[in-house]
Design a protein around this ligand. Sequence first.
Ligand code: ATP
Ligand code: MG
Length: 412
Amino acid sequence: MKITWESLVPSCCISENPKPKPKQSKLVTKQSSFHRISVSDFSGSEDLSISLAGSNLHIFSVQELKVITQNFSSSNFLGEGGFGPVHKGFIDDKLRPGLQAQPVAVKLLDLDGTQGHREWLTEVIFLGQLRHPHLVKLIGYCCEEEHRLLAYEYMPRGSLENQLFRRYSVSLPWSTRMKIALGAAKGLAFLHEAEKPVIYRDFKASNILLDSEYNAKLSDFGLAKDGPEGDDTHVSTRVMGTQGYAAPEYLMTGHLTAASDVYSFGVVLLELLTGRRSVDKSRPNREQNLADWARPQLKDARKLGRIIDPRLEGLYSEEGVQKAALVAYQCLSHRPKARPDMSTVVKTLETLKDYKDISTMTFVYIAPVDQHKQSPQKELVNKRNTNSHHHTKSPHKRLTPNSPLHNDFHRA
Ligand SMILES: Nc1ncnc2c1ncn2[C@@H]1O[C@H](COP(=O)(O)OP(=O)(O)OP(=O)(O)O)[C@@H](O)[C@H]1O
Ligand SMILES: [Mg+2]
């Protein structure tokens, strides 16, 4: 059954003026002391703009967002996920005082899709209040009649998924991959170590966005949860997330902890190391789930050499790869308590960011045929596995309460 937004939180979008049509854009005003409110604190009877006072979020009208995105023109289309289509737009400096001219990405809720007001509200409540260099910045939102939109800072290099797996994309160098891993790890560490910790629950390559310098920022907080409180060790939830990234104990029990995010981080680190998708149905059976296939090979240098992304063409630091592989191995432990916390991961990855993209290929001297006519040549011989890179597109399967996988598990 589809839950409509009206039945969930009917009046959260009401401002002081009950029926402004069209709603005039305004800025949620500042407040001197500001504590993060949770989705659960939000009864729905109050005005969202008042609850989020202090967040500096702009409230847009549908009409304004149409102007910003040139009527959601197809030439501005950036992509589409479970929430709905995303379009690039541009805010000019005349739109309103205090909002500087800038490019934005505008996400529009697909009213026929599987997500709805609940995900939109969760995103606004979390991202409206959390600010960090490694979290994408939410600039504002729109809640007009049944329409739900979100406006974010524009991330010129799109998602890590696009960069890593898009057909014809240029292969990311090793040092860039480590920079991305470190940035994303810092984003997760910030969430886990906040005064009121947050479990992100949807850490995956498509939710890591990249700016022009490959700084990674986490996006999509629609599934985020407040961490356990008091003596609780976990949060019990419906199993949601994305197949191939979700931690095994969470799939089995529905018990969610920060360690579940750490597992998902390990999967993304493996994607960066191997250039393979977390799930790839086009591969032989035993290779389809990346974590299951790769983990046993991470601690043996010889085996590790065989699973490293061939598109790196041997251009990486051997020691750097081994250290990163060890981090992935630990994050992917089936015992959640054995996984490192994200600040430990950050510390280890910090030591890897300065490793250069050194060639690990062997130089072979080839004697010229005619020594008088030709100068000696050097030829690069790649010792590594040269299997061609798979560009297969295998869209990830969302885990929802209705998915067969979900129904197979019992939860507390
Ligand atoms: N702030 C942004 N700047 C630039 N591109 C963006 C931004 N936000 C999203 N995109 C692009 O829009 C596309 C869709 O993103 P979206 O987050 O809606 O879906 P997704 O992450 O691919 O799937 P899912 O629904 O499983 O999260 C992505 O390919 C991403 O590259
Ligand atoms: Mg996303």
